[in-house]
Design a protein around this ligand. Structure first.
Ligand code: 4AZ
Length: 258
């Protein structure tokens, strides 16, 4: 009996140990949707998740341009209020009515990797405010940011069933330029560890990286995932406040200003 208990306990421990080692964005941990109600994911019309997003106004979801490019509203769904992709009873899956992509967007590693999806009806989830030019302090090297998503948990692995988070510090722009010659200091920032191990990955793109109750960046690109010397690159959102305000503050079509 005692032997069995020990066996069961050690099996349980081993199982939890494995789960912990696999619980990642890459190298991250579980995050609850209650604590991060503005975190959403994007699927195609068949329900396959491919990117992340953030509720930035009741009818507006900010994502990456490279997530929205070439997609019409009819092959996009915003899934909000759902931590577990398999939990169809929680949250909502809604088709956007409009897709806005930054006019200057060409490729993620050239900057302007932002898009805004407009929904027909307001989401019942608290939006997250976008960082403004006055939030310069949030971009100082060493600032701890929290990235969230349902993306891959290793470079060539599967995407996550559950919402995950990882804490990564902002790295100096000079380090990012040295690593990535195409890095644009004004439009991007990079975050992570010199040694790799903790990072965002494919499927996290378009999703939030946050600090102090503000949306600091949008997950954008990087070479592989969690590689040594290859940090994740994020959209420097404070720089896009002017471009985003008119789009995010606009009322959805059909909604009349009282
Ligand atoms: C991607 O392909 C992607 N390691 C997202 C994040 C990173 C790399 C690639 C950062 O969506």
């Amino acid at each position: 009996m005692r032997r069995l208990l020990v066996l069961v306990l050690s099996a349980l421990l081993a199982a939890t140990g494995t789960a912990a080692a696999n619980e990642q964005v890459v190298g991250g941990e579980r995050a609850s949707i209650e604590a991060n109600p503005w975190a959403v994911y994007l699927t195609d019309d068949r329900g396959a998740q491919f990117c992340g997003g953030t509720v930035v106004a009741p009818t507006k979801v900010l994502t990456a341009a490279h997530c929205a490019l070439g997609r019409s509203p009819s092959d996009l769904r915003v899934v909000a209020g759902r931590e577990d992709k398999q939990d169809r009873d929680s949250g909502v899956s809604v088709m956007p009515v409009d897709v806005w992509i930054h006019k200057q967007y060409v490729a993620a590693d050239e900057g302007e990797d932002i898009a805004v999806l407009t929904l027909k009806t307001a989401l019942p989830y608290t939006p997250l405010p976008i960082a403004e030019p006055t939030d310069r302090a949030l971009y100082q090297p060493g600032t701890q940011l929290r990235a969230l998503g349902w993306g891959r948990t290793s470079e060539n692995g599967k995407t996550s069933r559950y919402l995950l988070q990882a804490t990564v510090p902002v790295l100096p722009d000079d380090f990012c330029v040295e690593t990535y010659p195409q890095f644009v200091k004004t439009d991007m920032f990079c975050a992570g560890y010199e040694g790799g191990k903790i990072d965002t990955c494919q499927g996290d793109s378009g999703g939030p990286i946050v600090a102090q109750g503000k949306l600091v960046g949008v997950t954008s690109w990087g070479e592989g995932c969690a590689r040594r010397g290859k940090p994740g690159v994020y959209v420097r959102l404070s720089r896009y406040a002017k471009d985003l305000h008119p789009v995010v503050d606009a009322l959805p079509p059909g909604v009349v200003d009282p």
